[in-house]
Design a protein around this ligand. Structure first.
Ligand code: OOG
Ligand code: MG
Length: 261
């Protein structure tokens, strides 16, 4: 990295926004030439700092893998982020909305891996063969940027708006399930707000995980055995408001709720 690289400065700006729970202008306003590759360098630098403070890397998450998310975020480039041991929120516990800047929630299909996977050439069938179990999940995202306004480079740098993830209680063997045809009902306060199927993420959620294995392989990294992978929001994300629980109910996978307090 050259001395003039904005990577360290951007990492410092994002770290301060997280610590102060304050939304900032996107990095590409200050650094219009910031590339997607530099976005991932910023993400990796912040990950390294976090690991040195004691967090362990335990998974990854895909972002912008569905048309609904791409339209909502005005960004058509699929991206990925990292999940750490401190990203997991227990499904049965209420979540403190004020602990984040402007949280939103989105329903996802979650993979727990039994084997390591690294591209190139990883297919959806390879993903299913390497999967221990799947479950339903809700991701609580929180962009560090004003109004969730970002480019692919910005959102990669911001670890794809990571905040917390919640996994449903029912772990299912994916063999014999067609995850593309699993239906989803998203409700806020008991009212239906969206429906989708697993195919919303790239035709099949395992396709999204295969893309991740290939992305990581190209960087000399891998999906490690034991990792948890969130395969991407199937619908547009909804705001998390105090007193308005968000519930995702899936065919075969059961349901999961986030209750903001
Ligand atoms: C970026 C994160 C996207 C998903 O599942 O599509 C994401 C954002 O929308 O703020 O996690
Ligand atoms: Mg997500």
């Amino acid at each position: 990295m050259s001395a003039s690289s904005p990577v360290v400065e951007c990492a410092d700006i994002l770290e301060a926004a997280v610590a102060e729970r304050r939304a900032i202008s996107r990095l590409t306003e200050k650094f219009p030439d910031l590339t997607l590759e530099q976005g991932y360098e910023i993400q990796a630098l912040l990950a390294g700092r976090r690991i040195s403070r004691g967090a362990s890397p335990v998974g990854a998450k895909l972002g912008l893998t569905s048309r609904a998310k791409q339209v909502q975020m005005k960004c058509t480039e699929p991206v990925y982020g990292r999940l750490f041991s401190d990203n997991f929120h227990p499904g049965n516990e209420p979540f403190e909305v004020a602990s984040l800047i402007h949280p939103r929630v989105e329903p996802e299909i979650v993979f727990v891996m039994k084997h390591r996977l690294a591209g190139p050439g990883v297919s959806a069938a390879d993903v299913i063969a390497a999967t221990e179990s799947v479950c339903c999940g809700l991701e609580i995202i929180d962009s560090r940027y004003d109004d969730f306004s970002f480019t692919a480079a910005d959102v990669a740098a911001d670890n794809t708006s990571e905040a917390k993830v919640v996994m449903g209680p029912k772990m299912v063997d994916p063999a014999g399930l067609d995850l593309g045809l699993i239906g989803l009902l998203l409700e806020v306060d008991g009212e239906q707000v969206a429906t989708a199927s697993g195919a919303a993420t790239m035709g099949h959620p395992a396709e999204a995980v295969a893309m991740l294995a290939n992305f990581l392989g190209a960087r000399g990294e891998a999906i490690e055995a034991g990792w948890t992978i969130f395969s991407g929001g199937l619908t547009a994300a909804v705001p998390l408001a105090v007193g308005s629980p968000v519930t995702a109910t899936f065919g075969h996978l059961g349901s999961v709720t986030v209750r903001g307090i």
